[in-house]
Write a protein that binds this ligand. Structure first.
Ligand code: MEV
Length: 309
């Protein structure tokens, strides 16, 4: 049996969320990581076969790897010894693109391993375990990626607090546009921290401004004021440029989607490359925005949330 987990889109609040401000994220259910187990011979131990990377990881040989950290935490949670099994892993989520690939792959590994051990873990348990794995990869993550991926529903997230499901009465149509430039979350988060330590007042001001936009966006989404949501996305994008996680390609893609009629656009995730997310006024506009990106030579992904589904 196969176990899957989605990618994620941060709609508002990335980076500032690391400093205690709220953020809004939604699952990217059409792009998923999947994992399945096979029993192996006695004494083989646990092997995690990351098929896209051509890597076979073991708990002894690669104890610091994110998947080993996640697997060890599952074994500890379940109280089981290391099984003789291979966890196979594949992912359709572009890596290092701000789409939650590392949280989704760890989540799929956790679920497949737990099932192999005859247990089903709650989304909260999986999220907590994946958070430990995310620390290995990203240094000081806020916890938003593991939360939205493990719960697979739109969330209003503040670090250290239980996530709150987030409802939008209107269907919101999104388009992601991939710059094709990869970037490390750990390095970008560390870069922001370094600049913030050098200029704390300036950066704390930017984070507070981002946090205020997240709260406004929540009210606008709940009131169905999508034009206002789009404007807030544009402002959030500029604030992310101010804290140094932008990239000229991200600005270029944001301009393409705005010209194609998007209500607003911003970088999503860590930035420095990766993806923009655009809000379309409806399904026809979503198609037009996607077309503008693909005609310009970029890969685009469509998703939607809210509106009672
Ligand atoms: C990464 O998807 C989101 C960041 O805000 C980092 C984090 O929250 O851990 C950049």
């Amino acid at each position: 049996m196969e176990f899957t987990a989605p990618g994620k889109v941060i709609l508002f609040g990335e980076h500032a969320v690391v400093y205690g401000h709220p953020a809004i994220a939604v699952p990217l259910s059409g792009l998923r990581a999947r994992a399945w187990t096979e029993p192996t011979r006695d004494g083989a131990g646990l092997v995690i076969h990351a098929r896209d990377l051509g890597q076979r990881l073991t708990l002894d040989g690669d104890p610091e790897h994110q998947f080993s950290v996640a697997a060890q935490a599952v074994l500890a949670r379940v109280g089981a010894p290391e099984p003789n099994a291979t966890v196979n892993l594949e992912s359709a989520i572009p890596s290092a693109a701000g789409m939650g690939s590392s949280a989704a792959t760890s989540t799929a590994v956790c679920r497949a391993l737990a099932a192999h051990l005859g247990t089903k873990m709650s989304a909260t348990d999986v999220s907590n375990i994946v958070f430990q794995a995310e620390r290995v990869v990203h240094g000081t993550p806020s916890g938003i990626d593991n939360t939205v991926v493990a719960h697979e529903e739109p969330v209003w997230f503040t670090s250290g607090e239980p996530p709150r499901p987030f409802r939008s009465p209107d269907r919101c149509f999104l388009v992601l546009g991939d710059t094709g430039i990869t970037a490390s979350t750990g390095e970008l988060v560390a870069g922001v921290r370094k600049r913030r330590n050098a200029e704390p007042r300036l950066y704390d001001g930017y984070f507070a401004e981002i946090g205020a936009r997240v709260s406004d966006a929540r009210k606008a989404l709940e009131a169905g004021e999508l034009k206002r949501v789009g404007k807030l996305m544009d402002t959030n994008h500029e604030l992310l440029n101010n804290i140094g996680v932008g990239h000229p390609k991200l600005d270029e893609l944001a301009a393409i989607v705005r010209d194609a009629g998007a209500l607003g656009a911003k970088l999503t995730g860590k930035g420095g490359g990766g993806n923009i997310v655009a809000l379309a006024a409806g399904v026809d506009s979503q198609t037009a925005v996607t077309q503008a990106l693909t005609e310009a030579g970029y890969t685009a992904y469509e998703t939607a949330f809210g509106g009672g589904t």
